[in-house]
Write a protein that binds this ligand. Sequence first.
Ligand code: ADP
Ligand code: MG
Length: 590
Amino acid sequence: MSKIHVLDKLTIDKIAAGEVVERPRSVVKELMENAIDAGSDQITVEIKNGGIDYIRVTDNGTGIAREDIKTAFMRHATSKISNIDDLISVSSLGFRGEALSSIAGVSRVELMTKTNTDICGTRYVIDGGRELVFEDAGVPDGTTILVKNLFHNIPARRKFLKTAMTESSYISALMEQMMLSHPEIAFKFISNGSVKLQTNGDHEIRNVIFKLYGKDVFDRMLQVNLERENISVSGYVGKPELSRSNHNYELFFVNGRCISSTILNKALDEAYKSYLMMHKYPYAILYLNIPGEYLDVNVHPAKLEIRFLQAEAVYTAVTEAVKFALQNKELIPEETEEENPPVRSIQPAMIIPEPFEREHIAALQASEENPYRVSMPEKPAIQEFIQAEQISFLSEEARKSHRLIGQIFDTYLLVEYDEKLFLIDQHAAHEKIRYERLVRQYRENRNDSQLLNPPIIVSFSVPEADTYRKYKDQFIKAGFEIEHFGGNEYAIRSVPTELYGLSETDYLKELLDILSEIRTNADMESILAHLATVSCKGAVKAGKKLSSAEADALIGELLSLENPYNCPHGRPVIISFSKTELEKKFKRIV
Ligand code: ADP
Ligand code: MG
């Protein structure tokens, strides 16, 4: 065995960097947290090539005094705590004193900084942990940090990074979180030379929501506000009609930090239980203020997941707050302007020239790899038994001898046929009919579209815009005509003729959701599999009374389907009881 020895500083920093710096997103996060801790109210983040080649974070905070600069880059150098007691009470964002040393260990870092008492600023360059430059520099008050060539000295880690498009989508999601957690800060996010997101730091959460999600979403948000024992819950949640197909639009901020928590996801599920269909999730931007003793302080500060020591109290507070907001909506028969106070027109924050801000003309990365990682739901399983058992039931011939008994529980249609009692789930049936129609339309490449005049203007979030760009051809094929309208706005000029009961924008957003969840490049087949969700939305709900003519028409349509026996999610559409089974139950026969 080789002799035990203490690792040198560079190696230690490289190892430590692995914990703090996982990908460009983590660098941006650490640098932004430092900027926030430094009291900044203007922060610009600029990236190139997904942050792999270039990250710039400029703030207008306190700056770092010249004599402190080198110390700041030492491991466990921090101005934020001095002993273990501070750890418990600390309110700042980062406090391990590891970020700067770790980042400088795995990239080339250039720091430009000036405090308002220094006459001249300083430029400090450190590459792979080695100091290269320490000199005077004429810079404004505040700090700019450039991080170039991340992991250039650790090829194994660099290889591990995803494509630039994926890395940049992680960063833009982080920017959204930061913007929502700090409405008092004017943020600007620039990627490959163009401004992607910007807020104005006017303290108004609703202006941030408006900026990030657009007017159509904002108009359908409800305000949440509840104080319960020591827990306060505030923010906004979407009306049920705004539902999405994944949890991505549920954001939680606990004591100012964006965190993820399955308990909180569940609390939302519970609150929306009677409002949303299965596998549908709301928009939520919720701010929780919770006493420190309710939180598990041992959770790693870099980790997003949080643990609550009083989980039940937190769960109940969130569920009640959201339910209350949803119910309140129902008490107001007509929506009033008051529901969401009008958004003030948003002026860009006062612009101070930033070091290193230039007009970068760079072509957008036309990466082919899909940035989204959520896997596809399983394909519907065909229930062989029901198919084999009932294959005669829906033939033209069989239909002549159907006796439609009626509808029960406003949900199931009852039909007697061939010594059997058939129960049809009207919602599942309708869903399946819509689904197969959709599939047929796409297979036959019928892109009938209708012109919208005037066009509808929608706002896309950054991931939505990415998805749209990636699948532009498919959208055209499907009958959409969409034009970039400036900023995050797009004009929908045409939509497919058949929207399956959804509004034009809902249909489009639904498709974007579906496409964003497909792991690899979507082929027709996988799009079709996902369209099940779309068809489900517009289908006749369980709980709707059908006339016998409507019921008959529904059964008639079922006849024409390739597989009428399972809904697109794999649940049965038709079940049956044989006369014999009933007789056994009544003990007429044994
Ligand atoms: P930590 O944030 O955990 O203290 P870092 O390595 O991130 O450790 O930063 C080290 C120190 O450098 C901070 O404590 C702070 O004093 C100083 N610093 C870093 N970034 C900035 C900034 N943008 N503005 C002012 N001071 C900063
Ligand atoms: Mg820090």
